[in-house]
Ligand binder design. Structure first.
Ligand code: PRT
Ligand code: ZN
Length: 291
């Protein structure tokens, strides 16, 4: 294969991970121009390009050296990834779990209840590994899609599928009984990492990804208060951040307080902080951070 100088990242072309991936890369300051066929995105500025593909192909493309990095669900990495890949970062989106579900009326007291059953899944490797670790012998029925209807069609007794809200299971009269793997989108790389100039681009990307994910969902709270109220206000802050307290010019006894709160601040929380003596409360989104 021709040596490459530009970093190439494999990203899902269209699906659940696409929008959050583009959003993350955008927040990392990466801008792209799409090729006419829509499969390639050429990076403006940084030497980083994208290849837009089906998510199942991403581990293979990295394994073959066609791409250096990729963004996929941990479920896909674990099912299709070989030994030459490593996960660099958990990205905090695409969260779901690979779960065992059985028809509502079927009794389940633990993995042993699955012995001798037919379990439909699109993740045969992960399911087989889990069954083995549980010491349970069951038949794994591999299906490409629509796993959730297999019990009603009579082609399986149970399923092993991705679950997020659980609505699909309920709509198919199934109930979730065990978890095979917790998943979220991960940034994956070839192991070892390239030793040439692409390494710098990877390090730049990792620093920026960290700067974005570290403060995702955080809010900066600004407020004014009498110094006497500070303890009560701090006690009312969610996530117990350590605030900065500044003396206000020309107003003895009055302070300005700023705190980075790890979660969104709801109205009830703000009202509690206000009751503790705060005035002029401002809640600001936090976009990125550099340590
Ligand atoms: O075309 P391509 O192969 O690229 O896409 P795909 O259809 O294989 O994948 P896609 O876009 O559906 O999902 C991509 C990744 O998103 C998955 O590999 C997971 O890592 C992650 N993810 C997060 C999910 C879900 N949540 C999810 N809910 N993937 C699939 N689902 C499906 C699940 O299979 C089931 O049919 O949604 C249904 C369950 O959802 P709830 O909310 O009803 O429980
Ligand atoms: Zn797929």
């Amino acid at each position: 294969m021709m040596p490459r100088e530009r970093l190439r990242i494999a990203v899902q072309k269209s699906g659940r991970l696409s929008d959050p991936c583009f959003d993350l890369l955008d927040r990392c300051g990466l801008r792209f121009r799409r090729s006419r066929d829509g499969l390639f995105c050429f990076g403006d500025g940084e030497p980083v390009d994208l290849l837009l593909v089906r998510d199942d192909d991403i581990p293979g493309l990295i394994g073959q050296g066609v791409c250096d990095l990729g963004i996929v669900g941990r479920n896909v990495l674990a099912e299709f990834g070989g030994g030459a890949l490593r996960s660099l970062r958990d990205l905090g989106f695409g969260c779901c779990r690979l779960a065992i579900a059985v028809p509502q009326e079927r009794a389940y007291t633990g993995p042993a209840s699955l012995a001798g059953l037919r379990i439909a899944t699109s993740y045969p490797n992960l399911l087989k590994g889990w069954l083995e670790r549980q010491g349970v012998a069951a038949e794994v029925v591999t299906l490409a899609g629509s796993v959730e209807i297999a019990p009603r069609l009579g082609t399986a007794d149970a399923i092993c599928d991705l679950v997020q809200s659980g609505a699909t299971l309920i709509a198919n009269q199934l109930r979730e009984v065990d978890c095979v793997l917790g998943s979220e989108a991960v940034l994956v790389a070839a192991d070892p990492l390239p030793a040439d100039g692409r390494r710098d681009a990877i390090e730049l990307l990792l620093r920026r990804v960290d700067g974005v994910t570290r403060v995702r969902g955080s809010r900066l709270l600004l407020l004014q208060a009498a110094r006497d109220c500070v303890d009560a206000i701090v006690a009312a802050l969610p996530g117990a951040p350590r605030p900065t307290v500044l003396q206000m010019d020309g107003e003895p006894g009055q302070v300005m307080l700023q705190a980075l709160c790890p979660d969104e601040l709801g109205w009830r929380q703000l009202e509690a902080i206000q009751r503790a003596g705060a005035r002029e409360l401002f809640v600001l989104p936090v976009e990125r951070a550099l340590a």
